[in-house]
Design a protein around this ligand. Structure first.
Ligand code: BEZ
Length: 253
């Protein structure tokens, strides 16, 4: 549910829980697409602190969670889960799983073909891959304000962007080329009220954009971004982020 890539800084589980618990809450409906059957072997790719992994376990399946963040994996293990520090680009499982499940993690993985090859290898023949992550247009207001703020500092957005938000057509093609039959794939908006303010969100999810800046420079930039975003994303005393999700269910053909 967080990242499964080595290109992102390690996560602070407490900050993540404070600013992003809704990520797991929304992920519960993705479990219906997985339709887990008791006794199945499931890989939770980008399991984060394991909140949703616990829900999977409660359905009677056997789950291994993987995430690139050692601190999130520690938090998952404290819940009693089987969890490993693994970069999503380097999955080394071989025909072990009935299904791979991934919520809100694939947008952190910048080399999707490598990820998909690893997922296909990890599955048994006929295994399912069910996932949801940020799709084309995700957090577009934030991306735009971030681009502007970086440009004013002479920094190119693309050179520091850790996010991958593909279109339906792009990701369907990648799934098919990796050997999957795509049963369903949709892109839909999910305007999401934040539990706190946009600065907390930026501090939790966007530190990569400020690598090399001092704490003061970083605060200044995030304040500028918040000012630009306020007219678009602050309504009725709440920040509402313009999330767009890409959700799919695919079967290893
Ligand atoms: C997302 O879940 O779409 C997301 C999370 C963190 C940063 C950007 C997007």
């Amino acid at each position: 549910m967080t990242n499964a890539t080595s290109t992102t800084a390690d996560w602070d589980p407490a900050a993540y829980a404070r600013h992003a618990r809704f990520v797991a809450d929304y992920g519960k409906s993705l479990m219906d697409w997985l339709s887990p059957q008791p006794g199945e072997q499931i890989l939770d790719l980008g399991c984060g602190d394991g909140v949703l992994t616990e829900d999977l376990v409660a359905t009677g399946v056997n789950v291994i969670g993987v995430d690139a963040s050692p601190r999130q994996i520690e938090a998952a293990r404290r819940r009693g889960l089987r969890a490993l520090v693994v970069d999503g680009h380097e999955l080394a499982f071989d025909g072990e799983f009935d299904a791979v499940f991934s919520n809100a993690a694939l947008h952190w993985m910048q080399r999707p073909d490598e990820v998909l090859a690893g997922v296909a290898r990890a599955l048994k023949p006929g295994g399912r891959f069910v996932g949801e992550f940020g799709g084309e247009g995700n957090v577009i207001s934030i991306v735009s304000a971030m681009k502007n703020a970086l440009q004013r500092r002479g920094i190119n957005f693309a050179s520091v962007n850790p996010w991958y938000y593909p279109s339906v057509d792009e990701y369907r093609g990648k799934l098919e080329r990796a050997g999957f039959r795509v049963d369903e794939i949709i892109l839909f908006p999910r305007p999401t009220p934040l539990p706190g303010d946009i600065t907390g969100w930026l501090e939790t999810f966007a530190p990569r954009f400020t690598v090399g800046m001092s704490p003061t420079e970083r605060t200044e930039m995030f304040d500028e971004i918040a000012d630009e975003l306020r007219p678009r994303l602050f309504r009725d005393e709440k920040w509402i982020v313009d999330y767009v999700r890409l959700r799919f269910r695919a079967v290893l053909a």
